[in-house]
Design a protein around this ligand. Structure first.
Ligand code: GLU
Length: 449
């Protein structure tokens, strides 16, 4: 790519982000980073009735949780002067026209068209309004909304996901870009921003394909360069139902609170519904390297929460200590890299590490049955002297086996029960040096340590 690309994720702060929104955010951010470009987080917040600062804040947190630090953050609500200027230009070009119909009148018009076998699109009656008719409406107190006059042609583009796409704008209503109250619609604001921010690639859900046909016409009218478009398939629930921000489906916040790993959510969100294998990744760089828009399928992508839990566990099993050190400290977990390596393979959730840390750090109530007390006394007596290294456990077992005459489960199981208070868990070879000689000896003697 010759010039660095510029991509954006443009959520409306009208609800919590769900995993389908994360898919869009990740495609844009990871592609931008991989190609040395810019990633913009842009709040589509001109709909003041439905947008809220609290949702914008939640989106910022969710984006950060995914690990996507935007290079630039923009709010459409702070850019109204840009939209004013664009509207003035479109008016001057004769591409915006005022219309006065109420919603009820529009509905009646659509019904009448349906009855006559015509598509229920706007009939452009307002284009024929005389100055007098307009003045009459205005005198009645009606305010106009403003529609963009579509060319009514086949708009085509080479979609990064879907290949050649065409939208016949003759089959569409002229879109309203300015409401009666003067507020702007997304169809306009998004285009103005994409032009002014130099957006080179627009990657979004396939629910926007028709919008793209319309928006390409508006971009061309404003004289801006047309970016490349890519429309990815949408994530659906296992039932086939679409995800809804409003209904709070699979919100990133809920997944985070349930203890899912953000890297697992990212891997599943990006890889589901593609021809690539869904598998744990070592980091966002590795995930970015896999992004290939041509591998996204056309069918809806089913997102299975059960698959996510398995992927969270598998992700943890490979994460390096540095990736989790801060979160472990926040959980009160010590033991550093050695502890992390010892237990990560046994975790379903990161929070499980706190349970294993209690097993190491104590106090542990050793599970000692009377018939094993003599054996465990013997085991305590044979504990190697300090300092201990990573080989202390095999050395100890090598001495204990001939001395006790025990082998297999009869040898190992009572030791694990006494040392950890648990039936199973991480390898004793890794745990014993972390428990240390003093606590190990006490637990083998049945003491709470
Ligand atoms: N706010 C729009 C949405 O969330 C943005 C679509 C776009 O990326 O242009 O669907």
């Amino acid at each position: 790519m010759s010039t660095p690309p510029v991509l954006r994720f443009a959520p409306s702060p009208t609800g919590l982000l769900h995993v389908g929104n994360a898919r869009t955010a990740l495609y844009n951010a990871l592609f931008a980073w991989r190609e040395g470009g810019t990633f913009i987080l842009r709040y589509d917040d001109t709909d003041t009735a439905r947008s809220s600062e609290a949702f914008a804040e939640a989106i910022a947190q969710d984006v950060a949780w995914l690990g996507l630090a935007p290079d630039r953050v923009e709010h459409q609500s702070r850019r109204l002067d840009r939209y004013d200027a664009a509207v003035a230009r479109l008016k001057a070009l004769g591409r915006l026209y005022p219309a006065y119909e109420t919603e009820a009148e529009l509905e009646a018009m659509r019904q009448s068209r349906r009855r006559r076998g015509l598509p229920p699109i706007y009939d452009r009656a307002a284009l024929k309004l005389t100055g007098e008719a307009r003045a009459a409406w205005e005198a009645e107190g009606r305010r106009p909304h403003w529609r963009f006059k579509l060319d009514g042609r086949q708009v085509v583009w080479d979609d990064m996901v879907r290949g050649r796409q065409g939208v016949d704008t003759a089959t569409l209503s002229d879109p309203v870009l300015v409401r009666e109250d003067g507020s702007y619609l997304y169809t306009l604001t998004s285009v103005v921003d994409d032009i002014e921010m130099g957006v080179t690639h627009v990657v979004r859900g396939e629910d926007h394909v028709t919008n793209s046909g319309v928006q390409i016409e508006i971009i061309e009218a404003l004289g801006g360069p047309v970016p490349r478009f890519g429309h990815h398939n949408l994530l659906v629930l296992p039932s086939g139902e679409g995800l809804s921000k409003r209904l709070g489906h699979l919100s990133l916040r809920a997944l985070r609170e349930e203890g899912e790993e953000s890297l697992a959510v990212a891997a599943l969100a990006v890889l589901t519904g593609t021809s690539l294998a869904v598998e744990p990744v070592a980091g966002l760089d590795a995930l970015a390297a896999k992004i290939d828009f041509t591998k996204i399928s056309r069918a809806p992508a089913r997102f299975d929460p059960a698959e996510l839990s398995a992927l969270t566990a598998a992700t943890l099993h490979h994460l390096p200590f540095e990736a989790v050190a801060g979160r472990l400290a926040a959980l009160g977990v010590g033991g550093g890299d050695d502890f992390w390596r010892a237990v990560r393979g046994n975790l379903n959730r990161l929070a499980d590490a706190a349970d294993w840390w209690r097993v190491v750090d104590g106090p542990v109530d050793p599970a000692v049955v009377p018939e094993n007390t003599v054996f465990l006394e013997q085991a305590a007596a044979l504990l190697p002297q300090t300092p201990w290294d990573g080989e202390v456990y095999p050395r100890w077992i090598a001495a204990l086996k001939p001395a006790s005459g025990r082998a297999g489960r009869a040898l190992f199981h009572p030791l694990r029960l006494a040392l950890t208070g648990r039936e199973s868990g991480p390898e004793m070879k890794a745990l014993l040096p972390l428990i240390g000689r003093e606590k190990a000896a006490a637990r083998l003697r049945g003491e709470n340590a």
